[in-house]
Design a protein around this ligand. Structure first.
Ligand SMILES: Nc1ncnc2c1ncn2[C@@H]1O[C@H](COP(=O)(O)OP(=O)(O)OP(=O)(O)O)[C@@H](O)[C@H]1O
Ligand SMILES: [Mg+2]
Length: 694
């Protein structure tokens, strides 16, 4: 960490002073009278970076005229610029703020690196500067009146601080990690051992599994043989059953045929019966032929008579009609005669008719009746008489015809059937023959049916046998599939055994590896332990620090004083494996020899402290990865006489190249120009002020 710029606001005695710019100098002297605010500037830096200072509480740092303050501190690590801004508002509801930024050259601006909480932002800052506050105050920052801080610590604390400066914690952590890894490798090896034992247990079943496998295979073979035999048997039985089936089919067909024969027979018998009936009827007719023929002849004769009578009847009717006409003419003339006798006028021309004339007319009319009408009537009567038509007779004949009409039908029937009788007789014979054939056929088929029944009866036991064999076969198949299932399981177990064997090889390798790992990690733990690498680093560093300190001390005392650092001391109550105590003792000697620290004067003690602190700081600044290349010495001259002061100034100037920045604080007027740059600090009514004097 190299300071670049410090800006304060209401920090202790400061209100709003100019910023302190570190960039222009390597070594500077902060000069000013007592109480002007010199130490406050270093307190501001440590408060900004670690939040720690000489004050018990942050609120004590806030300028008494104000309620809040902040410190803005810009610093460099390697080539990167960072800025910390820490704020504090005091009071009951006071609170703190902390921000971290990094400077980006590309954008010429600060980017926030602040975290969610103050604690995590603080961690981030300490990760960057990699120097804890304790190290800062025990090495590079020689606080006013606390220059002996390192010296007055206990030997064990000193050892701890030195270890921190040397980053021994890193190795301690590595040692711890290696020990943990060794432990986990050991735990792992224990668990692998258990796994190996478990695998062994599984593998011990291998022989039994193999035996079971062979046993099942054997059973499968036997069942398979049995199944083959069974299958043959079933095939034969199947043949018999199919024979029976075909017989059953035949039987059904025969039964159908027989049923058909019976139906056909019945039909034929009915038809034959009808034919017989018809023949009988015809024969009965033929038997009555004579009677029918006589009846028929009589009928024909009567019909002829009827016909003649019909003709006569028509003629008589016609004559009767004529008679009626003549009677009517006669009536008419008679009526005329009657009228003429009663009247005097001509009934036709209405002229007066004389009696004689009337007589003449009447006589002509009478004549007309006699000669014309009566004559005709007479002739007609004679004709009717001659025709001699008798209606009763006619009716009697008609009645007879009706009675004899049946002979007409019988005659027709006779004529018709006489012709077909032969055919009918032939048909009847055909029916008889057919019935006979059917009967024979029926008998034959029935016999066949009986024969088939016999066959079926003989084949019936095979069906039962087949069912029995089939169920046996099914049992065997069930046994087979269960054995196959068992075989599958056994094969699975065998595969598992093969897997276990593979696993076993892997586990043995793993065990070997965990053993080796445990050994390696144990070795590493030892290597990085306090007794190992850490001790060696200390052994190497201590003479160097001692040497550095003695070089400075030589300049300050002209070789009169020397220190030596002792790291290990035998413990009084020895334990077999813990016979060394980790300490850092400092021995001081001068020309008189070794003396206790307290026995040296204030001025002498300061020189020793100064030399040792510079040596530690130089070591810290040179250390690989060290980030603190800054030295601050606050009031170191107070205890020194004039010569001492000169020697101290020289000593400080001589180490200026070992640090990027050195700040020397003094209130002694004659020393203010002893270093490269002078910064005057004053205080007035506006608080403390900073002024750079080149
Ligand atoms: N909260 C505060 N508000 C205002 N002034 C304060 C506050 N705390 C301390 N002071 C004063 O600030 C002044 C500066 O103190 P500082 O320790 O920086 O002095 P100095 O310059 O180092 O003096 P010296 O030469 O005596 O060491 C002192 O007068 C001190 O009493
Ligand atoms: Mg001071």
């Amino acid at each position: 960490m190299i300071p670049e710029k410090l800006t304060l606001h209401n920090f202790m005695s400061y209100q709003s002073p100019d910023s302190l710019d570190f960039s222009s100098f390597n070594i500077a002297c902060l000069a000013g009278e007592n109480g002007v605010g010199k130490s406050s500037l270093l307190e501001a830096i440590s408060w900004a970076l670690w939040g720690k200072s000489r004050a018990g509480a942050d609120d004590d740092l806030v300028n008494q005229n104000a309620n809040e303050m902040w410190v803005d501190f810009v610093f460099r690590i390697d080539k990167n610029l960072y800025k910390v801004l820490r704020k504090r508002k005091k009071g009951k509801r006071g609170h703190s703020e902390l921000y971290l930024y990094s400077y980006h050259r590309k954008t010429s601006g600060y980017h926030s690196l602040s975290q969610d909480t103050i604690a995590s932002t603080q961690n981030k800052i300490e990760e960057l500067i990699r120097t804890p506050y304790r190290i800062f105050t025990n090495s590079a920052y020689l606080r006013q009146g606390k220059a002996d801080e390192f010296f007055t610590k206990t030997a064990a604390e000193r050892k701890e601080i030195l270890s921190e400066i040397l980053d021994l914690e890193l190795y301690e952590n590595l040692s711890k990690k290696a020990r943990e890894k060794a432990k986990s490798a050991k735990t792992q090896s224990e668990s692998v051992k258990i796994q190996i034992e478990e695998l062994k247990l599984e593998l011990s079943k291998e022989d039994e599994i193999r035996n079971q496998y062979h046993k099942i295979k054997n059973t499968i073979r036997q069942v398979s043989d049995k199944l083959l035999i069974q299958e043959k048997k079933l095939k034969n039985l199947q043949l018999k059953i199919s024979q029976k089936d075909s017989f059953d089919q035949k039987k059904a067909n025969l039964q159908n045929t027989l049923d058909e024969i019976v139906i056909k027979g019945k039909k034929l018998r009915i038809e034959k019966q009808q034919s017989d009936d018809e023949i009988n009827e015809i024969q009965r007719l033929i038997k009555n032929e004579k009677k029918i023929l006589i009846g028929f002849d009589n009928l024909k004769r009567l019909e002829k008579q009827d016909q003649e009578l019909n003709d006569k009847q028509i003629k008589v009717l016609e004559l009767n009609k004529k008679t009626a006409v003549l009677e009517a003419a006669k009536d008419k003339i008679e009526k005329q005669i009657g009228r003429i006798t009663q009247i005097s006028k001509c009934p036709t021309c209405l002229r007066s008719l004389p009696k004689n004339e009337a007589k003449i007319i009447i006589s002509s009319l009478k004549k007309e009746i006699d000669q014309d009408v009566l004559l005709k009537l007479n002739k007609i009567h004679q004709l009717i008489k001659k025709i001699n038509y008798n209606s009763l007779e006619h009716q009697r004949i008609k009645n007879q015809i009706e009675e004899l009409q049946i002979f007409q039908d019988q005659r027709n029937l006779l004529d018709r059937n006489k012709a077909v009788l032969l055919e009918k007789i032939k048909l009847a014979e055909k029916y008889t023959a057919e019935i006979k054939i059917l009967k024979t056929e029926y008998l034959v088929k029935n016999q066949e049916l009986k024969n088939i029944d016999k066959e079926i009866k003989q084949l019936l036991p095979y069906q039962i046998q087949f069912e029995k064999q089939k169920s046996e076969s099914e049992n065997l198949q069930n046994q087979m599939s269960s054995e196959k299932e068992n075989l599958g399981m056994i094969i699975q177990q065998q595969n598992q055994i093969a897997n276990f064997k593979k696993k076993m090889v892997g586990k043995k390798d793993e065990l070997k590896k965990t053993y080796t790992d445990a050994e390696i990690y144990l070795e590493l733990a030892e290597h990085f332990s306090k007794k190992g690498l850490q001790a060696r680093i200390l052994e190497n560093a201590i003479p160097e620090i001692e040497n550095q300190a003695n070089q400075i001390l030589e300049k300050l005392t002209q070789g009169a004083m020397q220190i030596s650092l002792v790291t290990q001391r035998l413990k009084k109550a020895q334990k077999p494996d813990q016979n060394l105590i980790e300490t850092l003792d400092i021995q001081i000697k001068d020309s008189l020899g070794l003396r206790k620290y307290e026995m040296f004067s204030g001025g002498e003690a300061f020189r020793v402290n100064f030399a040792l602190r510079i040596a530690l700081s130089k070591f810290l600044a040179q250390k690989v990865g060290a980030k603190l290349q800054f030295l601050a010495i606050d009031e170191g001259f107070g205890t020194q006489d004039d010569r001492g002061k000169t020697q101290l100034v020289e000593a400080i100037n001589s180490i200026s190249r070992d640090f990027e920045k050195i700040i020397v604080i003094t209130h002694i007027q004659e020393l203010k120009d002893s270093f490269g740059t002078r910064i005057d600090v004053t205080k007035d009514e506006n608080g403390s002020q900073i002024k750079m004097v080149y």
